[in-house]
Design a protein around this ligand. Structure first.
Ligand code: Z5A
Length: 209
C-alpha cells in the first residue's frame, strides 16, 4: 500500500486555514482520493480534551513550558492514533496546524528555544513532519477585519494575547519557510478563498496523483 500524503496548513489566527483545508479536501475527493481533515490541538478524544485545557479562558493559564508540553502531548496522541494510521492506509491527511505552530507560538512567541520545541516533538511524535506545509500569509489589517466579522470581541486564551506576540508568531513562520523552502509553500492569503485555493493546488502539483 502506497503511503498517503500529509499536508499541514499553517499561519496566524484567521489566516483562512480551516476554509482552505475544507476546499482542499473537496478537491481531493473529486479526484478520487480519500482524505481526513483534522486539526491541532485536537483530532482525537484525548487531544481534544487537552485542547480544552489549553484554549479555555478559565483560571490563570499555563506556564510557557507546561503549555509546550501540553501541545506536544496532544500532538503525540494525534500522530499515534489518527495521522500515522491514516497515512498507512494510503489516505491524505490535511491538518489545520502542526509542529510549526508550536515552533512559532511556544518558540517564536512564547520564549522556548526552537531546539527545545523540536526535542519535545522528537520524543512525543518521532519527529514526524508533513510532506508539505502550506503557510498562508495574510496582511494583518485584512486578518483583523475577518476576525472582527467572525468573532466580534471574543478570543480564546492564545488568540487573545497581545498584538506583539502575534507579530512575533507571524515573523517566526516566515523565518521557518525561508529557511526550509523545500518543506514549505508560502501562499498569499489576501485574496478571495477560491483564488487562495487555486494557489494551494498549484503548490501541491508535484504531490498530486
Ligand atoms: N497553537 C499553539 O499555540 N501551538 C500549537 O502547537 C498549536 C496551536 C497547534 C488554536 O486555535 C490556537 O492554538 C491558535 C494557535 C495555538 N491560537 N491562535 N492564535 P484555533 O484552532 O481555534 O484557531 P486558529 O488555528 O488560530 O484558526 P482560526 O482563527 O479558526 O482561523 P483560520 O482557520 O486560519 O481561518 P478560517 O476560520 O478559515 O477563516 C477565518 C474567517 O475568515 C472566517 O470567517 C472565514 O469565513 C473568513 N475567510 C477565510 N478565508 C477568507 C478569504 N480568502 N477571504 C475572505 N474571508 C475569508
Amino acid at each position: 500500500m502506497k503511503r498517503g500524503k500529509f499536508i499541514a496548513l499553517e499561519g496566524g489566527e484567521g489566516a483562512g486555514k480551516s476554509t482552505q483545508a475544507r476546499l482542499l479536501a473537496e478537491a481531493l475527493q473529486k479526484i478520487g482520493q480519500t482524505c481526513v481533515i483534522t486539526r491541532e490541538p485536537g483530532g482525537t478524544p484525548g487531544a481534544e480534551a487537552i485542547r480544552g485545557l489549553l484554549l479555555g479562558t478559565e483560571g490563570e493559564g499555563w506556564h510557557p513550558r507546561a503549555e509546550a508540553l501540553l501541545f506536544a502531548a496532544a500532538r503525540s496522541d494525534h500522530v499515534e492514533r489518527l495521522i500515522v494510521p491514516a497515512l498507512e492506509r494510503g489516505e491524505w491527511v490535511i491538518c489545520d496546524r502542526f509542529v510549526d505552530s508550536s515552533r512559532a507560538y511556544q518558540g517564536g512567541g512564547g520564549g522556548l528555544s526552537d531546539a527545545e520545541v523540536l526535542d519535545l516533538h522528537r520524543i512525543g511524535s518521532g519527529g514526524l513532519l508533513p510532506d508539505l506545509t502550506l503557510l498562508i500569509e495574510v496582511t494583518p489589517a485584512i486578518v483583523a477585519q475577518r476576525l472582527a466579522l467572525r468573532d466580534g470581541d471574543q478570543a480564546d486564551r492564545i488568540g487573545g494575547r497581545h498584538a506583539d506576540y502575534h507579530a512575533a508568531v507571524v515573523a517566526a513562520f516566515r523565518r521557518f519557510a525561508d529557511a526550509e523552502p523545500h518543506r514549505f509553500a508560502r501562499i498569499d492569503g489576501d485574496g478571495p478563498a477560491r483564488a487562495v485555493h487555486a494557489a494551494i493546488l498549484s503548490a501541491l502539483g508535484p504531490l498530486l496523483p
